[in-house]
Ligand binder design. Structure first.
Ligand SMILES: *Cc1c(COP(=O)(O)O)cnc(C)c1O
Length: 367
């Protein structure tokens, strides 16, 4: 048996939806994009939204709409996908890393407090691994320090915190529809905001410095951050499956927990009790993670480590090189990387595959 880490949950319905764009002969942003847009606003409850080509560029666009650029600093959790921080670099601002908490690896505000400077313009809570950051605390923090909030909700579509959708608490929220996210458009991104001025800036920035297409007069400098109706067509079908995907992923998590939960020295990623949980990946924490991952690899089970701490990234050496005892400042992000294992947990995973993974893990721990 072979168990891959991830497989996209796309099929005939998505294929037929793309075909309908060809039949209508409309492939760029058009009726499908408009429909997907209003469905996403309905789902998130946000007032305004715009698409972006992917999640990384959605963050970049959001930061630019907040006026962030050279000379500014943005606090980013040390434990996240690289794109959260590279989008900050792209604006010319500096990403400044903060540690995360020990249970679900969301940004730690005590650590964030220590890296605040006069240049800090924003904080970026990243809703990591399918649950939400404790947003009440982030909003209190940002208010106290007079900084803006950009939420990276790339992994949190469908996830609410205290009955409000992730990504709608701060000044802007960003989403990704890459192939391995909860729902996909192959590549794609979305931004939400409740602020009309930010929304207007987003529209100018994403559409060549003008509001509508078809005019050659460009009042501002802007770029091309459009998507296509082909992607939106896939997105509409995916969104109709969101509840099904959520249930499947939660069942996979429950299955793993039931079969493996009692093993000593093995812990599961713990979602925020104030939020929903749509497992992005089922995360395990064990001391000998590297050994277990290679053991599972030998059994044709594909695992992934957790994220590599950003302060250790070779591409960010220039940001952290002079700091002493740097790893100690990021004890929890270090722990996540050292002990974390992502188990296969995609919606199409079969019971027989799940059972296979569990039996191999049980066998490993039985010695
Ligand atoms: C996937 C992801 C991104 C980047 O999204 P892309 O669409 O791949 O550019 C950013 N942040 C987080 C937390 C992600 O998981």
């Amino acid at each position: 048996m072979k168990v891959p880490q991830f497989m996209s949950y796309v099929g005939d319905e998505e294929y037929i939806a793309i075909e309908s764009c060809f039949k209508r002969n409309w492939i760029t942003e058009g009726p499908k994009t408009e429909e997907f847009h209003s469905q996403l606003l309905e789902l998130t409850g946000a007032k305004y939204g715009v698409f972006a080509p992917n999640g990384t560029l959605a963050i970049y666009l959001g930061l630019r709409a907040l006026g962030i650029g050279p000379g500014d600093e943005v606090i980013v959790p040390d434990f996240t996908f690289l794109g959260s921080a590279s989008a900050v670099e792209m604006t010319g601002a500096k990403p400044i890393f903060a540690d995360v908490n020990r249970t679900n690896f969301q940004i730690d505000l005590e650590s964030a407090d220590k890296v605040l400077t006069a240049e800090t313009k924003a904080i970026m809570p990243v809703h990591i691994y399918g649950t939400s950051v404790e947003m009440d605390d982030v909003l209190q923090f940002s208010k106290k320090h007079g900084i803006q909030v950009i939420e990276d909700a790339a992994q949190a579509i469908g996830v609410s915190y205290k009955n409000k959708h992730a990504g709608t608490f701060g000044d802007v929220g960003t989403f990704s529809f890459f192939a391995d996210k909860t729902i996909t458009t192959a590549e794609g991104g979305f931004l939400t905001t409740n602020d009309q001025q930010i929304y207007t800036r987003l529209r100018y920035l994403r559409n060549q410095g003008r509001i509508e297409r078809g005019s050659f007069i460009h009042p501002e400098i802007g770029y091309n951050f459009r998507i296509t109706d082909l992607q939106a067509a896939i997105g509409i079908v995916q969104l109709s499956k969101l509840n099904e995907i959520k249930i499947k992923k939660q069942k996979i998590y429950e299955y793993y927990k039931e079969r493996l939960g009692k093993i000593e020295g093995l812990h599961f990623f713990e979602p925020n009790p104030n939020a929903d949980y749509i497992p992005f990946r089922v995360g395990l924490l064990v001391e000998n993670a590297t050994e277990i991952m290679s053991y599972l690899g030998e059994q044709n089970i594909e695992t992934r480590s957790f994220f590599y701490p950003l302060h250790r990234q070779p591409c960010f050496h220039h940001l952290v090189k002079d700091i002493e005892n740097i790893d100690e400042k990021f004890a929890n992000s270090e722990y996540a990387y050292r002990c974390g294992i992502c188990l296969p947990s995609f919606p199409g995973l079969e019971i027989s595959q799940l059972e296979y993974v569990c039996s191999k893990l049980k066998k490993y721990f039985a010695g």
